[in-house]
Design a protein around this ligand. Sequence first.
Ligand code: LLP
Length: 423
Amino acid sequence: MAHTAEFPATRDRIAEVPIRELAETFGTPTYVYDLSVVGKRIDDLAAFDVIRYAQKANSNLAVLDYARRRGVRVDAVSAGEIARALAAGYRPGRQPTEIVYTADIFDRASLEAVVKYDLLCNLGSPDMIEQYGQAAPGRGIVLRINPGFGHGHSQKTNTGGPQSKHGIWHEQLPECVALAKRYDLRIVGLHMHIGSGTDFEHLAQVCGAMERIAVDYGIEVRSISAGGGLPIPYRVGQATIDLERYHAVWAETRDRLARRFGHPVELEIEPGRYLVAESGYLITEIRAVKRMGDNLFYLVDAGFNNLARPILYGAYHPISICPADGRASTDLVEAIVGGPLCESGDIFTQEEGGFVSRRSLPAAKVGDLLILERAGAYGAVMGSNYNSKPLAAEVTIDGGRPFLARRRQTLDEIMQGEAIPGR
Ligand code: LLP
C-alpha cells in the first residue's frame, strides 16, 4: 500500500550507527548506504518474475554483491558496467540471463564484451542489430522500443517520444524485424523504458503499445520488460507508488501474451532508483556559515562534483543536520546550501532552471554535519573530479556494521595517467 513520506530536520544515526562516528572514521564527504533499506525495496518487488537492477543508479561493488545475493539480476550499459557485474560475482552467459546489456549503441569495447561473455543484448537501434548480427549471428535478442511517447521527472530524463535518442522508433520495427531475420537473430523479448516517473494512465498506454507490437509483428516473446522508472518520494508528503496496481497492469499484459503464444512469458522490471535511492545519505561538514544580504548560506565540503542532481535537474533532496556537540537546535532558519566549487551553480537548494531557493533548516554552525538524504541513486555514480576534488568515500551498513565499500580517492589517483612532455 502507498504511504506518504516524512523527513526529520535533525538526524544523529543512520541504521543505528551514530553519524558523528561515521564522519570521524571515514571523513567527509562520504556516502553511506543502509543496505537493509535496499533489502526492503527488493522484497517490495517480489511479485515480478525477474528484478533486474539498473546498476547505473549505483554500481558500487558492495551494493551489486548485496543485490546479487538476494536474487536480483543486473543490467549493464557499458563495458565498464559489465566488468563491475562480473567483479561482483554475476555469471556470464544466458542460462539464466544474469547480466543483460542495454544501450542504443555498441562502442567497440562493449561489443567485444557482450560477444566474449555471451550476454543477452537489449538493442536500441537498427545499427546495433546490424553490428550484433555480424559479430554473433544466430543469437537471441531483445528489442528496446520507443513507442512514440514518453514521460519523466524532467526533460532530461524523459526517454520516449521523437525527442528521445532511446530505443527503436516504433515505425521502424518492420525493417528491424527483417534485419534480425537476415542475421538469424531471434527476438526473444521486448523492452520499453519510457522515463523515470509513472502514472497509471500512461502505464496503460505503454502496456497497450507493447502488446500490439508483439501481436502485430508476431514476435513470440519469452519476456517483456517494463524498464525502470519507478518513482520514490523525495519530498515530505509525496506518496510511494502503488506497486500492486503497477504490477497488476503489467501482469495482465504478460498473461494475455502468454495465452496468445501458448508458452510462458516472464515479466521483468528494471529499477535503479527504486532499489537504492532511499538507502543513501551524503554526509558533509558545514565549513562556512555566511550572510549575503538577506540570504544565509551554509557552505559544505561536498559539491556538484559529489551530487549533481540538483544542478542538473533542479532535483530536491531532503536535508538534515547532525550537530557537532549533539545538541540539536530547535530554531529553524531559512538557509541556502552550497558547496566548495568555484561556480555559482554549486547549490544543493535550487529549482530546475537554476533558481536558488531557501530551505527551512535547523540553525547550524561550522563543524556541524549536514546530510543530503535519498542520495543513493545517481549520486556517487555521477561524481566527477571537477576542481580536482576526489571522489567521495562510500560506506555500506549491513547488520549494524559499517563497511568501507570504496575508499576516498587520493590526489595521486586523480592525476594518474597524466604526463608532461619531456619529463
Ligand atoms: N532502464 C533503462 C533502460 C534506463 O535508461 C534507466 C534509467 C533505468 C532502467 C532505471 O531508471 P530508474 O528506475 O532509476 O528511474 N540521472 C537521472 C536518472 C537517469 C535515468 C536514466 N535511465 C536522475 O538522477 O534522476
